[in-house]
Write a protein that binds this ligand. Structure first.
Ligand SMILES: C[S@@+](CC[C@H](N)C(=O)[O-])C[C@H]1O[C@@H](n2cnc3c(N)ncnc32)[C@H](O)[C@@H]1O
Length: 296
């Protein structure tokens, strides 16, 4: 394994921080060594310094570095409690309100954002709950689940919706697995209806496209933990602009917004924590437009 010097850690840490907001210090030298080793081998270089010079000349390496460094750990129904709260309380209430607001000219709509969606399990987990709650009524709704992530490789996998049996069985109850997944060789593919309501895009949460529109539910879990305090503040300020006044935000089970921002009101229900916009605290983002690559 090629070793990295302190100076080289500084060079790569700055590059990664500037592009993603992910904060790496000297203590993460091993992570750079391990995760970038295959790229150094592919590039045919013998030091991190030489690799950095190559990257400076050819920016095509940058997305590869981001894919390698981003921690994509995720799972279906991760941390369970937010999903139980959604299923048992928040979504039935939200769907009821959206149904009541709709009329003959405007079908009821629900928009969900899985921000830092990784390989898509979070987005499809919400999709399964929505599909279960809407049942036969689903065809009359406009449901759009948008997943975004900075890692191109993760977004490609999320769009394919193909998972190993281990990945599925780790989080998905048998009944939902049998209903929402179809065998594809040794693996399982999310069924077409669920994939049709989901769209995955590459986006940096520190500079998200402004035209993503407003969402009823936002999951922004286990990404702020990789940022410094200033970028965490930027992250949640961006998120606040996209959450509808009666919507709900979920953050990771080990995360807190205390001292990060006061744009949200913290709520606890059924052993789960969620956040709602503090009225008037954030300037809403403009409506969603098709240029964001999303229909509906
Ligand atoms: C640990 S995963 C979390 C996945 C999922 N939200 C969950 O909690 O299971 C963190 C994800 O954040 C993404 N990420 C890191 N920095 C990002 C940024 N600036 N913008 C968007 N996504 C980012 C990574 O690519 C990775 O997929």
């Amino acid at each position: 394994m090629i070793s990295i010097t302190a100076e080289e850690v500084g060079l790569f840490a700055r590059l990664i921080h500037d592009r993603t907001g992910i904060a790496l210090d000297l203590g993460k030298a091993y992570l750079l060594e391990n995760r970038l080793a295959p790229l150094l081998e592919e590039a045919g270089v013998t030091s991190f310094g030489e690799f950095f010079r190559l990257v400076s000349r050819s920016s095509a390496w940058v997305p590869r570095i981001i894919d390698a460094i981003a921690t994509n750990e995720t799972s279906f129904f991760r941390d369970q409690r937010p999903f139980s709260l959604l299923r048992d309380k928040l979504l039935p209430e939200l769907l009821g309100r959206r149904r009541a607001e709709s009329d003959a000219s405007l079908p009821p709509a629900l928009r969900v954002w899985s921000a830092a969606c990784s390989t898509g399990q979070e987005a499809y987990s919400v999709g399964m709950i929505v599909a279960e709650l809407l049942g036969a009524e689903a065809g009359a709704w406009q449901v759009r689940i948008v997943g975004t992530d900075i890692s191109n490789a993760a977004v490609v996998r999320a769009s394919e919706g193909v998972y190993s049996r281990f990945e599925v069985d780790r989080g998905v109850p048998d009944r939902l697995r049998d209903k929402y997944f179809t065998p594809l060789g040794e693996r399982l593919r999310v069924e077409a209806g669920l994939r049709a309501m989901s769209v995955f895009l590459e986006a940096n949460l520190l500079a998200p496209p402004d035209n993503l529109g407003q969402f009823d539910l936002i999951f922004c879990r286990n990404v702020g933990i990789y940022f410094n305090q200033e970028n965490r503040r930027r992250l949640f300020a961006n998120i606040a602009r996209h959450l509808r006044p009666d919507g709900a935000l979920f953050i990771g089970s080990t995360e807190s917004l205390l001292g990060v921002c006061d744009l949200f009101v913290r709520r606890e229900c059924l052993n789960a924590v969620y956040f709602q916009p503090r009225p008037g605290a954030a300037e809403p983002a403009p409506p969603q437009t098709s240029t964001a690559g999303i229909k509906g």
